[in-house]
Design a protein around this ligand. Structure first.
Ligand SMILES: *[C@@H]1O[C@H](CO)[C@@H](O)[C@H](O)[C@H]1NC(C)=O
Ligand SMILES: *[C@@H]1O[C@H](CO)[C@@H](O)[C@H](O)[C@H]1NC(C)=O
Ligand SMILES: *[C@@H]1O[C@H](CO)[C@@H](O)[C@H](O)[C@H]1NC(C)=O
Ligand SMILES: *[C@@H]1O[C@H](CO)[C@@H](O)[C@H](O)[C@H]1NC(C)=O
Ligand SMILES: *[C@@H]1O[C@H](CO)[C@@H](O)[C@H](O)[C@H]1NC(C)=O
Ligand SMILES: *[C@@H]1O[C@H](CO)[C@@H](O)[C@H](O)[C@H]1NC(C)=O
Length: 916
């Protein structure tokens, strides 16, 4: 019983206390515009957190609009005209109406809370508290995020001018990049009057594949659907970055996007603490769809509750205060509310720690998420460390995710026809089958990258269209003999090179070769040398003939058994000497040889000459016959430029042409000048050029071409060859749209192929193995030169000396001989000389007396009397022989057997007389 009474008293006391001290109460102002209608307001957040002696009076939101500012002011003044204490007011999202109300509450010294983005202003009244991230910091954060994406070119689509303000740091990022003088940013405002599809289509067909979209969340879906209509979303290379903080609340599953869409958010709805709060205060809402305004509003209410607790803790009383708009003097912040709010640091919030030291939110973090994978942010930026960004995935993970994305995607590979890179044929069902180096290469790359692909030929087979395919992203990869050039590199990306090459000169083995293969044996010695040799042989023979006539030793007694014979004979006719020269030149020798010193000297010199010539010839002959190689007229580009007989040309409108046109090298400039002046040397395609090289007679046309093409043709057309070294160096790469996500994968695939030797294997296959017919026999590089006159000239000189010496000896000998004759025959020397010379010069005189007879009338008988004498002596001798035959002794018989009977018959009458 006692207990009950006691409790009753206690209750009465409590009640009494409650009623005695009038409960403190306050109101909050709530000025919303149409954009904020959906924000759920749960005043319980304040009620649950404040001292229960303080009561919050419910208020209805007051609608204000951007257009009717006066009405907003009136509404505010109506609202405050009450006795109840106003602890603060929430402003609308519209900047102008917000600014209006801001000044009203500044005048009243009432804290004014904002939960939206507002541009930075220098006039920041003390009573204004914006929980939305500070404009400057947010802009910086966005810039850091975009920077971390490493986007080289991008389009910025914005809805309002505020959007551009938000992205000002991103724009600066680009300005920083402007040193490279690239117009790689496209800024476009979305507006009601414009069809957004046309803008998106323009982006689709440009080289830009990165899009920053800044618009309100309820427009995002519209625009993405339109992007899907223009096929932006079905493009693997396209990336969207949605800057709206509420973008994560949307459901993107209906889009089926292949494009990579990322967005940014202020909080992580997956956190358990976050989810608990949402469950308690917003039971109807899914944490994933909570908007940033709702979260910030929640945190603002928490801030107010904390402020009140703080007031209570220092014993301040929340007394009623009458405010009105038209007071002549201002009001005081009697509770020091502004100061207290600035000091508060909130921890248990939805959007992270809140502290508004300077009235603005400068502590927050941004999480970058991919819309397909909202549970794990890919990057986190914190305002405390504004210069850095934390990437949550390491390279391996990024790669793995990319692979996952690629697996669902069928890559389009664009190419152009051209042997040996790509050729087309139809199988028996009429399906097109592509084959060639490009096909094999991309198949290998696809195997490594684990992707599927589809081949498409570019229009007109032109390189320009190939580039366009990649720019307009009709294709993801471009593979062919695709030269990496700085100009192309600006509009598309290239993989690392899979082949390196340079400009070479295609020429034909000199045409005479096939005509005179039969005469290959003549080649070791040049035509002029041959001519000299044979002329010389003739000259030598004639010379020796005269020398032999002068040489006494060559005059022999044809009848050695007859010592008294006065007739001497010279066997050396021109015919015999020709026989000797040819016989010795061919190393066969001759059955008769000269006996006199001068003729022997000449013969010796000729033998030395022949020895050298023949050994050189033999040494060279083998090489020439096995290689079938002949001299080349030009061996380098310098030689080609220096001559005018061989014309040279190139492919019109190709990279080779631009190489010459833009070269600063005087040699190339000169060649370019020559080519330009002679229009006919240009060819429409490489095949025509090769054909022209082949068909032009005597190799009088050379064609500049890329070395890979030359190698290919050389393998198939054996008469072709490459002259000199390469003029430049360049590479083929696989083309990709600019900044394609998979370019690293392609690069590493190529690197892998290179390391495993697959690239070389493929080249061998398509250059060497895939050909009809036998491989060309190629020389091993060492060339044999013909023996030129300069190489063998010395031998001719030696021979010349020999001849001169022989003449000298012959003349001396002749003079001495004549002197002897003059003494023996008692003639004057001059007479003897005259007689001997006369005889020597009479080339038809084949026989000589043993002693010359002085010129007198008896000896110089007429031919008739000579004829008679001859015949008479012949008869006599025949008679004498036949008589002697009957008494032959053995000695005489032997001697007779060796005699030529004809010579016996042909003996001169003089001799017969002499012997008789
Ligand atoms: C999506 O794009 C962002 C920004 O370029 C990039 O960091 C991310 O790795 C991409 N995601 C995938 C799966 O490719
Ligand atoms: C283009 O986008 C803007 C911003 O979302 C939108 O207001 C406008 O209605 C769109 N225009 C068309 C023609 O769809
Ligand atoms: C407000 O601050 C002033 C000066 O700091 C102080 O004098 C005054 O007592 C404070 N008022 C309350 C209610 O705490
Ligand atoms: C990347 O992260 C994964 C998982 O977090 C880890 O297993 C792997 O070792 C990391 N790789 C590197 C190169 O740090
Ligand atoms: C490629 O994809 C297949 C099928 O998903 C998988 O089994 C295989 O391991 C992948 N290979 C590589 C190298 O990633
Ligand atoms: C060639 O000369 C011109 C003019 O002198 C110069 O502008 C250009 O850069 C030079 N090109 C090369 C490749 O050196």
């Amino acid at each position: 019983m006692n207990t009950i009474i006691y409790i009753g008293i206690l209750l009465c006391l409590a009640d009494g206390n409650y009623f005695s001290a009038a409960k403190e109460s306050f109101r909050m102002g709530l000025f919303f515009d149409e954009n904020q209608q959906t924000i759920p307001i749960n005043w319980n957040i304040i009620r649950d957190n404040i001292d229960e002696t303080v009561e919050l009076v419910d208020t209805e939101p007051i609608s204000v609009s951007e257009e009717t500012l006066f009405e907003a002011t009136v509404a505010a003044c109506d609202f405050i005209a009450d006795e109840e204490r106003i602890m603060g007011a929430f402003g609308p999202s519209g900047h102008i109406s917000s600014k209006t109300l801001e000044s009203v509450f500044d005048y009243l010294r009432v804290p004014y809370f904002i939960t939206n983005w507002h541009p930075k202003s220098d006039l920041y009244p003390e009573n204004v508290f914006n929980l939305y991230p500070d404009a400057d910091l947010l802009s910086l954060g966005m810039a850091k995020i975009v920077e971390s994406f490493d986007w080289k070119n991008m389009a910025i689509l914005y809805e309002t001018d505020d959007g551009l303000l938000k992205l000002q740091e991103v724009l600066k990022l680009h300005e920083y990049d402007k040193g490279q003088a690239k117009d790689n940013i496209f800024i476009q405002k979305l507006s009601n009057d414009m069809d957004n599809r046309s803008i998106l289509k323009k982006i689709r067909t440009s080289s830009i594949s990165r899009i920053i979209l800044d618009c309100q969340e309820h427009h995002i879906m519209d625009i993405l659907v339109q992007a899907k209509e223009v096929k932006l979303l079905s493009d693997f290379s396209t990336s969207f970055f949605l800057t709206s903080m509420n973008a994560h609340t949307l459901d993107y599953s209906t889009l089926n996007t292949l494009a990579n869409i990322t967005t940014v958010r202020l909080f992580d709805p997956m956190q358990p603490g976050f989810q608990a709060i949402v469950e308690e205060y917003y039971p109807d809402m899914d944490p994933g769809t909570l908007t940033v305004e709702t979260a910030l509003f929640h945190d603002a209410l928490l801030l107010i509750a904390t402020t009140i607790n703080k007031l209570k803790s220092i014993g301040a009383e929340i007394s009623p205060k009458f405010l009105h708009c038209f007071s002549p003097d201002g009001f005081e912040d009697d509770l020091n509310l502004t100061k207290i709010i600035r000091e508060i640091e909130l921890k248990e919030t939805l959007t992270g720690p809140v502290s508004l030291g300077e009235g603005k939110r400068d502590k927050f973090s941004l999480q970058v998420i991919e819309i397909n994978k909202p549970e794990k942010p890919i990057a986190i930026w914190k305002s405390e460390y504004p210069e850095s960004i934390h990437l949550t995935r390491n390279a391996t993970e990024r790669e793995a995710e990319l692979r996952k994305r690629m697996k669902n995607y069928n890559f389009i590979v664009t190419s152009r026809e051209g042997r040996p890179y790509l050729s087309k044929r139809e199988d028996s069902y009429g399906n097109k089958i592509y084959y060639g180096y490009s096909v094999d290469l991309i198949t290998e790359i696809a195997k490594i990258m684990n992707i599927t692909f589809e081949f498409r030929l570019t229009e007109d087979n032109s390189y320009a269209n190939l580039v366009n395919d990649l720019i307009e992203r009709r294709a993801d990869l471009g593979i062919c003999d695709f030269t990496i050039t700085p100009q192309r590199r600006e509009i598309i990306d290239f993989s690392m090179p899979f082949m390196t090459l340079g400009i070479g000169i295609l020429h034909k083995e000199t045409a005479s070769e096939e005509v005179d293969n039969m005469y290959a044996f003549m080649r070791p010695i040049s035509w002029t040398v041959w001519f000299y040799i044979w002329t010389l042989a003739l000259v030598i023979s004639i010379t020796m003939f005269f020398v032999a006539r002068l040489a006494p030793r060559e005059w022999e007694n044809p009848k050695p058994w007859d010592d008294e014979s006065r007739e001497l004979e010279n066997i050396w006719t021109i015919k015999n000497f020709l026989w000797l020269t040819v016989g010795s030149f061919t190393t066969q020798g001759c059955d008769i040889l000269p006996k006199s010193t001068p003729t022997r000297t000449i013969t010796g010199a000729w033998w030395i000459f022949s020895l050298i010539i023949v050994s050189s010839y033999v040494a060279n002959l083998a090489a020439f016959l096995t290689m079938g190689k002949i001299d080349v007229t030009v061996d380098s580009v310098e030689e080609l430029a220096a001559q005018s007989k061989i014309k040279y040309g190139l492919l019109a409108k190709g990279s080779t042409e631009s190489f010459f046109a833009n070269s600063n090298d005087t040699l190339y400039q000169k060649m370019w000048h020559n080519m330009k002046n002679e229009k006919s040397v240009f060819e429409k395609n490489n095949d025509k050029g090769v054909e022209r090289v082949m068909s032009t007679k005597n190799g009088l046309y050379a064609f500049f071409m890329e070395s890979t093409g030359i190698e290919y043709e050389m393998e198939r057309k054996c008469e072709l060859r490459r002259i000199g070294t390469l003029l430049d160096s360049k590479s083929y790469g696989i083309g990709m749209p600019l900044n394609a996500d998979y370019r690293h994968s392609v690069n590493s695939a190529i690197l892998q192929l290179q390391e495993t030797g697959k690239l070389i294997e493929l080249k061998e296959k398509w250059w060497k193995k895939e050909r009809e017919g036998e491989p060309c026999p190629r020389d091993t590089g060492d060339k044999s030169e013909s023996l030129a006159l300069s190489n063998v000239g010395g031998i001719f000189i030696v021979l010349g000396f020999g001849i001169a010496l022989a003449f000298l000896i012959a003349i001396l000998e002749f003079i001495w001989h004549t002197r002897r004759v003059s003494v023996e025959e008692h003639l004057s020397y001059m007479e003897a000389l005259k007689c001997e010379l006369k005889f020597a010069c009479n080339i038809f005189q084949k026989k000589k007396r043993a002693r010359p007879v002085p010129s007198n009338s008896t000896s110089r008988s007429s031919s008739e009397s000579m004829g008679f004498h001859d015949r008479l002596s012949m008869a006599k001798s025949m008679f004498a022989k036949s008589v002697s035959l009957l008494h032959l002794d053995s000695e005489e018989r032997n001697e007779m057997r060796n005699r030529n009977p004809m010579r016996v018959i042909a003996v001169n009458g003089n001799i017969v007389e002499g012997s008789l």
